[in-house]
Design a protein around this ligand. Structure first.
Ligand code: ZN
Ligand code: ZN
Length: 258
Protein backbone atom coordinates (compact mmCIF):
# COMPACT_ATOMS: atom_id res chain seq x y z
CA UNK A 1 0.00 0.00 0.00
CA UNK A 2 2.70 2.43 1.03
CA UNK A 3 4.55 1.94 -2.19
CA UNK A 4 2.12 3.57 -4.58
CA UNK A 5 1.63 6.63 -2.44
CA UNK A 6 5.16 7.63 -1.64
CA UNK A 7 6.44 10.71 -3.39
CA UNK A 8 3.40 11.13 -5.61
CA UNK A 9 4.72 8.94 -8.35
CA UNK A 10 2.76 10.68 -11.10
CA UNK A 11 4.03 14.15 -10.24
CA UNK A 12 6.65 14.15 -12.91
CA UNK A 13 5.43 13.06 -16.30
CA UNK A 14 7.95 15.16 -18.21
CA UNK A 15 9.66 12.26 -19.96
CA UNK A 16 6.36 10.97 -21.31
CA UNK A 17 5.02 14.42 -22.18
CA UNK A 18 8.12 15.83 -23.83
CA UNK A 19 8.78 12.59 -25.75
CA UNK A 20 5.25 12.74 -27.17
CA UNK A 21 5.78 16.36 -28.29
CA UNK A 22 9.13 15.52 -29.90
CA UNK A 23 7.72 12.55 -31.83
CA UNK A 24 4.78 14.73 -32.95
CA UNK A 25 6.99 17.57 -34.18
CA UNK A 26 9.38 15.26 -36.01
CA UNK A 27 6.71 13.03 -37.55
CA UNK A 28 4.25 15.65 -38.77
CA UNK A 29 6.37 16.91 -41.71
CA UNK A 30 7.45 13.36 -42.61
CA UNK A 31 4.08 11.61 -42.66
CA UNK A 32 1.76 12.06 -45.59
CA UNK A 33 -1.53 13.68 -44.61
CA UNK A 34 -4.71 11.73 -45.28
CA UNK A 35 -8.26 12.43 -44.22
CA UNK A 36 -8.75 8.88 -42.99
CA UNK A 37 -5.74 9.21 -40.66
CA UNK A 38 -6.95 12.63 -39.54
CA UNK A 39 -10.34 11.04 -38.75
CA UNK A 40 -8.55 8.36 -36.74
CA UNK A 41 -6.79 11.03 -34.65
CA UNK A 42 -10.05 12.90 -34.05
CA UNK A 43 -11.86 9.70 -33.12
CA UNK A 44 -9.13 8.73 -30.65
CA UNK A 45 -9.01 12.30 -29.33
CA UNK A 46 -12.73 12.08 -28.64
CA UNK A 47 -12.36 8.67 -27.00
CA UNK A 48 -9.49 9.87 -24.79
CA UNK A 49 -10.48 13.45 -24.02
CA UNK A 50 -14.27 13.64 -24.61
CA UNK A 51 -15.33 10.24 -23.34
CA UNK A 52 -12.30 9.61 -21.10
CA UNK A 53 -11.20 12.84 -19.46
CA UNK A 54 -14.31 15.01 -19.82
CA UNK A 55 -17.07 12.48 -19.21
CA UNK A 56 -15.37 9.89 -17.01
CA UNK A 57 -12.61 11.61 -15.03
CA UNK A 58 -14.23 15.02 -14.81
CA UNK A 59 -18.02 14.72 -14.81
CA UNK A 60 -18.40 11.20 -13.42
CA UNK A 61 -15.69 10.38 -10.88
CA UNK A 62 -14.66 13.89 -9.80
CA UNK A 63 -17.97 15.76 -9.65
CA UNK A 64 -20.51 12.92 -9.73
CA UNK A 65 -22.51 15.00 -12.22
CA UNK A 66 -23.44 11.75 -13.91
CA UNK A 67 -23.25 8.05 -13.12
CA UNK A 68 -21.83 5.65 -15.64
CA UNK A 69 -22.30 1.91 -15.95
CA UNK A 70 -19.32 0.41 -14.03
CA UNK A 71 -17.87 -1.31 -17.10
CA UNK A 72 -18.23 1.83 -19.19
CA UNK A 73 -16.61 3.86 -16.42
CA UNK A 74 -13.68 1.47 -16.34
CA UNK A 75 -13.21 1.81 -20.11
CA UNK A 76 -13.45 5.59 -19.74
CA UNK A 77 -10.83 5.62 -16.99
CA UNK A 78 -8.52 3.57 -19.18
CA UNK A 79 -8.75 5.90 -22.17
CA UNK A 80 -8.50 9.02 -20.02
CA UNK A 81 -5.30 7.67 -18.46
CA UNK A 82 -3.84 6.99 -21.92
CA UNK A 83 -4.05 10.74 -22.54
CA UNK A 84 -0.93 11.18 -20.43
CA UNK A 85 -2.21 13.71 -17.89
CA UNK A 86 -2.43 11.36 -14.92
CA UNK A 87 -4.20 8.33 -13.49
CA UNK A 88 -7.78 8.29 -12.11
CA UNK A 89 -6.23 9.02 -8.71
CA UNK A 90 -3.87 11.87 -9.51
CA UNK A 91 -6.11 13.61 -12.06
CA UNK A 92 -9.17 13.63 -9.80
CA UNK A 93 -7.30 14.89 -6.74
CA UNK A 94 -5.56 17.71 -8.61
CA UNK A 95 -8.84 18.79 -10.16
CA UNK A 96 -10.75 18.69 -6.88
CA UNK A 97 -8.09 20.93 -5.34
CA UNK A 98 -8.48 23.31 -8.29
CA UNK A 99 -12.16 23.81 -7.50
CA UNK A 100 -11.43 24.23 -3.81
CA UNK A 101 -8.61 26.74 -4.21
CA UNK A 102 -9.35 28.35 -7.61
CA UNK A 103 -7.01 31.24 -8.43
CA UNK A 104 -5.32 31.24 -5.04
CA UNK A 105 -1.71 30.28 -4.26
CA UNK A 106 -2.91 26.77 -3.48
CA UNK A 107 -4.57 26.30 -6.89
CA UNK A 108 -2.87 23.30 -8.57
CA UNK A 109 -4.34 24.30 -11.95
CA UNK A 110 -3.37 27.92 -11.73
CA UNK A 111 -3.32 29.65 -15.13
CA UNK A 112 0.05 31.16 -14.32
CA UNK A 113 1.66 27.72 -14.05
CA UNK A 114 0.55 26.64 -17.51
CA UNK A 115 4.09 26.05 -18.81
CA UNK A 116 4.86 23.61 -15.99
CA UNK A 117 1.78 21.52 -16.78
CA UNK A 118 2.41 21.67 -20.51
CA UNK A 119 5.68 19.85 -19.95
CA UNK A 120 4.10 17.35 -17.55
CA UNK A 121 5.14 18.70 -14.16
CA UNK A 122 2.22 18.29 -11.79
CA UNK A 123 1.63 19.26 -8.16
CA UNK A 124 1.69 17.02 -5.12
CA UNK A 125 -1.60 15.43 -4.12
CA UNK A 126 -2.77 14.44 -0.66
CA UNK A 127 -1.98 10.87 0.48
CA UNK A 128 -5.33 10.83 2.31
CA UNK A 129 -7.23 11.52 -0.91
CA UNK A 130 -5.12 8.93 -2.69
CA UNK A 131 -5.98 6.24 -0.17
CA UNK A 132 -9.66 6.93 -0.60
CA UNK A 133 -9.57 6.71 -4.39
CA UNK A 134 -7.30 3.66 -4.22
CA UNK A 135 -10.13 1.74 -2.58
CA UNK A 136 -11.10 1.06 -6.17
CA UNK A 137 -8.83 -1.74 -7.33
CA UNK A 138 -8.98 -0.48 -10.89
CA UNK A 139 -7.88 3.03 -9.87
CA UNK A 140 -5.02 1.53 -7.92
CA UNK A 141 -3.99 -0.65 -10.84
CA UNK A 142 -4.03 2.27 -13.29
CA UNK A 143 -2.03 4.42 -10.88
CA UNK A 144 0.55 1.83 -9.95
CA UNK A 145 1.27 0.68 -13.52
CA UNK A 146 0.66 3.98 -15.26
CA UNK A 147 3.76 4.10 -17.46
CA UNK A 148 3.68 0.41 -18.27
CA UNK A 149 0.04 0.63 -19.38
CA UNK A 150 0.70 3.62 -21.65
CA UNK A 151 3.83 2.07 -23.12
CA UNK A 152 2.08 -1.25 -23.76
CA UNK A 153 -0.83 0.54 -25.37
CA UNK A 154 1.59 2.55 -27.55
CA UNK A 155 3.46 -0.62 -28.48
CA UNK A 156 0.20 -2.15 -29.77
CA UNK A 157 -0.25 0.85 -32.09
CA UNK A 158 3.40 0.57 -33.13
CA UNK A 159 2.80 -2.96 -34.44
CA UNK A 160 0.56 -1.35 -37.10
CA UNK A 161 3.41 0.84 -38.32
CA UNK A 162 4.76 4.33 -37.65
CA UNK A 163 1.81 6.10 -39.30
CA UNK A 164 -0.73 4.41 -37.03
CA UNK A 165 1.54 4.88 -34.03
CA UNK A 166 1.50 8.64 -34.61
CA UNK A 167 -2.09 9.23 -35.80
CA UNK A 168 -3.66 6.73 -33.40
CA UNK A 169 -1.47 7.14 -30.33
CA UNK A 170 0.88 10.14 -30.27
CA UNK A 171 -1.31 12.86 -31.83
CA UNK A 172 -4.43 12.14 -29.73
CA UNK A 173 -2.22 12.08 -26.64
CA UNK A 174 -0.63 15.43 -27.51
CA UNK A 175 -4.07 16.93 -28.25
CA UNK A 176 -5.32 15.69 -24.88
CA UNK A 177 -2.34 17.14 -23.02
CA UNK A 178 -2.75 20.51 -24.70
CA UNK A 179 -6.57 20.59 -24.45
CA UNK A 180 -6.78 20.17 -20.69
CA UNK A 181 -4.19 22.85 -20.03
CA UNK A 182 -5.76 25.12 -22.62
CA UNK A 183 -8.98 25.11 -20.59
CA UNK A 184 -7.18 25.77 -17.32
CA UNK A 185 -5.13 28.60 -18.80
CA UNK A 186 -7.34 30.33 -21.37
CA UNK A 187 -10.64 30.15 -19.53
CA UNK A 188 -9.05 31.37 -16.31
CA UNK A 189 -7.58 34.44 -18.03
CA UNK A 190 -8.88 37.69 -19.41
CA UNK A 191 -8.52 36.71 -23.07
CA UNK A 192 -10.48 37.42 -26.29
CA UNK A 193 -13.88 35.75 -26.84
CA UNK A 194 -14.17 34.83 -23.16
CA UNK A 195 -17.38 35.73 -21.37
CA UNK A 196 -19.01 35.02 -18.03
CA UNK A 197 -22.58 33.89 -17.47
CA UNK A 198 -22.18 33.72 -13.70
CA UNK A 199 -20.69 36.28 -11.39
CA UNK A 200 -18.67 34.06 -9.06
CA UNK A 201 -15.50 34.57 -7.02
CA UNK A 202 -13.00 32.82 -9.29
CA UNK A 203 -11.82 34.03 -12.72
CA UNK A 204 -13.43 31.22 -14.76
CA UNK A 205 -14.83 32.12 -18.19
CA UNK A 206 -16.87 30.52 -20.96
CA UNK A 207 -15.49 30.36 -24.49
CA UNK A 208 -17.35 28.81 -27.44
CA UNK A 209 -14.19 28.16 -29.51
CA UNK A 210 -12.32 26.52 -26.63
CA UNK A 211 -15.45 24.46 -25.90
CA UNK A 212 -15.55 23.22 -29.51
CA UNK A 213 -11.89 22.23 -29.33
CA UNK A 214 -12.31 20.49 -25.96
CA UNK A 215 -15.64 18.65 -26.31
CA UNK A 216 -17.52 21.14 -24.13
CA UNK A 217 -14.97 21.76 -21.39
CA UNK A 218 -14.58 25.39 -22.45
CA UNK A 219 -17.83 26.42 -20.75
CA UNK A 220 -15.74 26.67 -17.66
CA UNK A 221 -17.51 29.51 -15.88
CA UNK A 222 -20.77 27.56 -15.97
CA UNK A 223 -18.92 24.47 -14.78
CA UNK A 224 -17.41 26.35 -11.83
CA UNK A 225 -20.83 27.71 -10.94
CA UNK A 226 -22.61 24.36 -11.28
CA UNK A 227 -19.97 21.64 -10.88
CA UNK A 228 -22.64 18.97 -10.43
CA UNK A 229 -24.32 19.77 -13.77
CA UNK A 230 -23.88 17.13 -16.50
CA UNK A 231 -24.35 19.66 -19.33
CA UNK A 232 -21.69 22.38 -19.39
CA UNK A 233 -23.63 24.32 -22.03
CA UNK A 234 -26.42 26.56 -20.81
CA UNK A 235 -27.45 28.74 -23.73
CA UNK A 236 -28.86 27.26 -26.95
CA UNK A 237 -25.66 28.19 -28.80
CA UNK A 238 -23.35 26.57 -26.26
CA UNK A 239 -22.75 23.13 -27.76
CA UNK A 240 -21.29 20.63 -25.31
CA UNK A 241 -20.34 17.60 -27.42
CA UNK A 242 -19.55 15.41 -24.43
CA UNK A 243 -23.06 16.02 -23.14
CA UNK A 244 -24.53 15.17 -26.55
CA UNK A 245 -22.66 11.86 -26.37
CA UNK A 246 -23.80 11.38 -22.75
CA UNK A 247 -27.42 11.83 -23.87
CA UNK A 248 -26.95 9.05 -26.41
CA UNK A 249 -25.50 6.78 -23.71
CA UNK A 250 -28.41 7.70 -21.44
CA UNK A 251 -30.84 6.41 -24.07
CA UNK A 252 -28.90 3.14 -24.01
CA UNK A 253 -29.19 3.15 -20.19
CA UNK A 254 -25.42 3.23 -19.79
CA UNK A 255 -25.30 6.68 -18.17
CA UNK A 256 -27.75 8.45 -15.87
CA UNK A 257 -28.10 11.73 -14.05
CA UNK A 258 -30.88 13.51 -12.22
ZN1 ZN B 1 -14.37 20.46 -12.50
ZN1 ZN C 1 -11.21 26.11 -13.42
Amino acid sequence: MKNIFNANKLKNLQVLTVSAYIVAVISLPILQFSWSMFALTMFMYFLIFGFGVSMTFHRSITHKALTMHPVLEMIGKFFASIGGTGSPISWVLIHKAHHKYSDTDKDPHSAKDILKYLIGKYPTVSPKGMRKLAQSKFNKFMHRHYYLIILTYGAVWATLGFEYFCYGFIYPMVLTMVAGHLVNWYTHSDFPLNYRLHDIKDTSQNNVVIALLTWGEGFHNTHHRYAGRANFGMRWWELDMTFVFAQLLKKLKLVRWS
